[in-house]
Design a protein around this ligand. Structure first.
Ligand code: GLY
Length: 349
């Protein structure tokens, strides 16, 4: 078991290891004062892990209720959020009680946002069960729901009280969901760690999962401790996301998952930046080889207009400028502020 302390405005631990679900109650009892919790989860994760978590919570002296919603991005909506608020109210959840997000990114983001807003803020615990959630979304306090205009457009910063990443849960992921998380993992290699990237090039991620989760969380720690509220350095975590979000939107958020869209987004941005003379020593071929070694895509059907329109309507736009994240060498990222007309030319639109 490894503990990584995240020193943000509210410091907390990310605990990583095998079999942690069984000890979750004890870990939470050592962190949180309240003794009543609502576990928020989706229908797939519910059938796999809620029983184990509930038993562990009961053993540690907690009472729990469970709120379950259908798996998938469509549930990250105001509709589910209102249903959750109503559930919390019916269960008489007070400011001394807390929420537990048990699941992937959708569960974590929605639960976090409910915790940030219900009764003007209650405690919450993240128990991420997907690779994507363990290496990225459960750490750093970004919470949100989607609206018609785009993903994560309504949200808040709300750090959890503890993150418990049981790496055993990664064994039940489908290849698709696993690959999804690998998009974020390759991103960490590209923006921060050449040695992680070299490991990923071997295509042996599954054999090194605990080490990979630890390294990614430690990178995220360094980034969010420097820039908790996403006004500077934290933007580098968006490498691949600007075009990635356009690709997700092009496919109507169905059939091309976030991690796969990020995978294509990283490659396209690197190719475009190379063509536009923003990168001196080309590295897109090396990135492509790494993506291929991990069965991740590097192309999509999204056309230039869709890529451009999706990117400039994204929340990363500031007035007439957009912040592009570009890796000029492996293991290092730069934030390049660009006028949207110049970006249009760069993208070939
Ligand atoms: N997932 C990007 C961030 O936490 O900033």
């Amino acid at each position: 078991m490894t503990k990584i302390r995240i020193n943000t405005s509210k410091p907390y631990d990310v605990v990583i290891g095998k079999g942690l679900l069984e000890n979750a109650g004890e870990l939470i009892a050592n962190t949180i004062k309240g003794r009543k919790a609502v576990i928020v989860t989706d229908d797939i994760v519910n059938s796999l892990y809620t029983e184990k978590l509930t038993a562990s919570m009961a053993k540690a002296g907690f009472t729990t209720d469970v709120f379950v919603f259908p798996n998938g991005e469509e549930s990250k909506s105001h509709k589910t959020l209102i249903e959750l608020y109503d559930f919390l109210s019916k269960k008489n959840i007070t400011r001394s009680d807390f929420l537990i997000a048990l699941g992937g990114g959708v569960v974590g983001d929605l639960t976090g946002f409910a915790a940030a807003t219900y009764l003007r803020g209650i405690d919450y615990v993240q128990i991420p069960t997907t690779l994507l959630a363990q290496v990225d979304s459960s750490v750093g306090g970004k919470t949100a729901v989607d609206i018609e205009a785009g993903k994560n457009l309504v949200g808040a910063f709300k750090q959890p009280d503890i993150v418990i990443a049981d790496t055993d849960t990664l064994a039940t992921l489908t290849d698709d969901i696993f690959t999804d998380g690998m998009g974020e993992v390759v991103k960490y290699g590209m923006i921060w760690s050449k040695s992680l990237f070299e490991l990923l090039k071997t295509g042996k991620a599954k054999e090194n999962l605990e080490k990979i989760v630890e390294e990614c969380v430690d990178i995220k720690r360094q980034v969010v401790e420097t820039d908790e509220f996403d006004t500077g350095l934290r933007m580098i975590l968006n490498f691949g996301h600007t075009l990635g979000h356009s690709i997700e939107k092009f496919y109507n958020y169905k059939g091309f998952s976030h991690g796969k869209a990020v995978s294509v987004g990283m490659y396209l941005m690197t190719v475009i930046a190379e063509k536009g003379g923003l990168i001196e020593t080309p590295l897109s071929e090396e990135l492509k080889a790494c993506l291929e070694a991990n069965n991740m895509p590097f192309t999509s059907e999204a056309d230039g207009a869709s890529l451009f329109n999706g990117a400039v309507n994204d929340k990363k736009r500031f007035s007439d400028n957009i912040n592009l994240i570009i890796c000029r060498e492996i293991g290092k990222a730069d934030i390049v502020k660009m006028n949207i007309n110049d970006f249009k030319k760069l993208i070939g639109e």
